[in-house]
Design a protein around this ligand. Structure first.
Ligand code: NDP
Length: 592
């Protein structure tokens, strides 16, 4: 393993910038997202049974929109608070959010299950392995749904089409694709982070003659097999997969085993470090869970261990905590620290590149797989079978040198002057995370005075803690912008759910309508931007991607979409401190 750089830091950083520029200048970076093609075959739910039900016309205390972790934990904490008159609505056919949709072969969570799974200590479940597979996580979501009796409240295969505040009745009217009309005192929007799948905005996407699908809508009718059984219909097929991000890194080894031939189309290589998966033993589990409060401590330990806080004991001891024992994104306090952080970053990426050179036998393929960017420009991947897959005779890497594929034809994929015929085409091209919030939701809430969220936030977002917004009474949002963040996405969203449930319970008890106060929102924004600004420098020269906002120049609106960049544990403490005052500072409470 690399202990020093094979080229000088100057040369290395020049290479980083050259590679980033290629992608900025030549890359086709337009996308088609599923919100815009919601009626197309690409967005069809391959997993749900047909459902027929009557439209509902109802009143309720709370509508929760979204049944992934944030919606589920919101429902759980509302139940804890004694608020049980609620509906939870999701387009999917069951609970789970990401884990409902992502059933591609090899799918698993890259954050340790003991840390990742929400409310794990309360549920008392022992994960099978250190890193849980998608089917196990989906089953856990169902277990969480049953434990908190959420199923009777659920409206699945139902998308919200709109919500409007009725000032006279002091209620939200929520409408859906199934013609439901639900009047609710409160709405909690838990729309998800990476839930709007996207396809490349290139010519020909609809022209391919064979089967084509996105990884988040895996079509097992075409591939055969299932999430946990080998795909048995690809043995005579040439399969093309576009994209080499965190999803493709997990899917490629399984496709390589199943397909006659697999062609991997790459625009930017991923960094792929060792995974070291292992089963959970009862002895280890007894040790991990010995002391009450273990889950909270473990989650906090993971956060601290991955933002350079170097806790005394590293409970997790995996690739994440090793790589981010020092966090190079951290704003340096002086030149010496800046140099040290840069060296750490450079060395981590050197190790990543060395692992590729050591594993991939064909030197030309190995060179193409080398990532040339800083460690946090893209989500680092951890996998032990991805790189060896390129040693198989049936796997071919087509590197587009940062440009991306040019177009899709009825027969296959075109890169430069070459057409690559394929029988099955798989888009592993990620999710929209940069378009405006209301666009990703697929509806535009209408607040007081008929003002929509898109109008109110035309110049950027205004919120208190990322959850409450002036002009939108009794609306709570669980999302990361102006809120908490961490690679363990479930942590901040669970803490936000707890916060939201507390607010709603208090407001119902006090019989008040709540709304954030604009000066309090400004104070919050000024506070978080101070925490976020120093991080902008790190991402400013990253290779484009959703973490660097595709390297678009930051205008006011974009800056207002910053997250709170103190630690996610500090974010939790901010919320707790605010709740402990008991009187909701910065929130206007109007008696009903
Ligand atoms: P990503 O956005 O990370 O990857 C999309 C891939 O498609 C990239 O390689 C991208 O290239 C490529 N691409 C896009 N357009 C084109 C084009 N026109 N031509 C060629 N290639 C193209 O999406 P993923 O689904 O892989 O991952 C999304 C996120 O989901 C991850 O970052 C992670 O947060 C999460 N995830 C988490 C997992 C977990 O275990 N917790 C597992 C899997 C995903 P380029 O890089 O150049 O943009």
């Amino acid at each position: 393993m690399a202990e020093s750089l094979s080229i000088s830091p100057d040369e290395l950083h020049r290479r980083y910038e050259e590679e980033a520029q290629k992608r900025i200048e030549f890359g086709v970076r337009d996308y088609i997202d599923m919100v815009d093609i919601a009626d197309s075959d690409f967005d069809r739910d391959p997993y749900a049974e047909p459902l027929v039900r009557d439209a509902l016309v109802e009143e309720t205390d709370v509508v929760v929109i979204g049944a992934g972790w944030s919606g589920m934990t919101a429902a759980a904490y509302l139940t804890d608070q004694g608020v049980t008159d609620y509906k939870i609505i999701d387009k999917a056919g069951d609970f789970g959010g990401t884990w409902y949709w992502n059933r591609y072969p090899g799918c698993q969570c890259d954050v340790e299950a003991y840390t990742y799974l929400p409310l794990l200590e309360r549920i008392g479940y022992m994960p099978e392995q250190k890193y849980a597979t998608a089917p196990e996580i989906f089953a856990y979501a169902q277990l969480l749904g049953r434990t908190f009796d959420m199923y009777p409240h659920a409206l699945f295969q139902t998308s919200v089409t709109g919500m409007e505040w009725n000032e006279e009745r002091q209620r939200w009217r929520v409408t859906t694709t199934r013609d439901d009309v639900i009047d609710a005192r409160f709405v909690v929007i838990c729309g998800g982070v990476l839930h709007v799948a996207k396809l490349p905005g290139i010519p020909g996407v609809y022209d391919f003659a064979g089967p084509a699908f996105h990884t988040a809508r895996w079509n097992y009718e075409v591939t055969g097999g299932g999430p946990e059984s080998p795909m048995d219909k690809l043995g005579d097929k040439v399969v093309g997969i576009i994209g080499t991000g965190a999803t493709a890194v997990q899917a490629v080894p399984k496709l390589a085993e199943a397909a006659k031939e697999l062609i991997v189309f790459q625009r930017t290589p991923s960094s792929v470090s060792p995974r070291n998966q292992r089963p959970t033993t009862p002895e280890e589990w007894a040790e991990i869970t010995a002391e009450p409060g273990w889950h909270e401590r473990r989650m906090e330990n993971f956060i601290e261990g991955t933002i350079g806080m170097q806790p005394e004991v590293d409970l997790i001891q995996d690739g994440w905590t090793e790589m981010f024992h020092i966090d190079p994104k951290m704003p340096p306090r002086n030149d010496e620290e800046a140099r040290m952080l840069e060296e750490w970053d450079d060395l981590q990426m050197e190790k990543v590149r060395q692992r590729i050179l050591d594993t991939v036998k064909d030197p030309e393929t190995a060179q193409k797989l080398l990532p040339w960017y800083k460690i946090s420009c893209k989500r680092p991947c951890f996998h032990d079978e991805y790189l060896p897959a390129f040693n198989r005779d049936n796997v071919k890497l087509v590197d587009t040198d940062g440009k991306g594929i040019d177009r899709v034809t009825p027969k296959g994929v075109v890169v430069g002057d070459t057409e690559y015929p394929v029988d099955v085409l798989i888009y592993s091209t990620g999710f929209d995370n940069t378009s405006p919030y209301h666009h990703r939701l697929g509806f535009d809430p209408v607040g007081t005075g008929g003002v929509t969220l898109s109008e109110a936030w035309a110049k950027g977002m205004y919120s208190l803690h990322g959850t409450l917004a002036d002009g939108f009474p009794n609306l709570c949002m669980n999302q990361a912008l102006q809120g908490g963040q961490h690679i363990n996405i479930a942590y901040a969203s669970t803490k936000t759910s707890e916060h939201i449930a507390w607010i709603i319970a208090r407001a119902l008890e006090e019989k008040v309508v709540i709304e954030a106060d604009r000066p309090a929102e400004e104070d919050w924004f000024n506070y978080i931007i101070q925490s976020a600004l120093p991080y902008f420098a790190y991402f400013a020269n990253c290779t484009p991607g959703y973490l660097s906002n595709e390297r678009k120049d930051a205008d006011e609106s974009m800056s207002r979409s910053a997250c709170y960049m103190g630690s996610a544990v500090d974010f939790k403490r901010e919320l707790e401190k605010w709740r402990s005052t008991g009187d909701m500072p910065g929130v206007i409470r109007t008696p009903l």
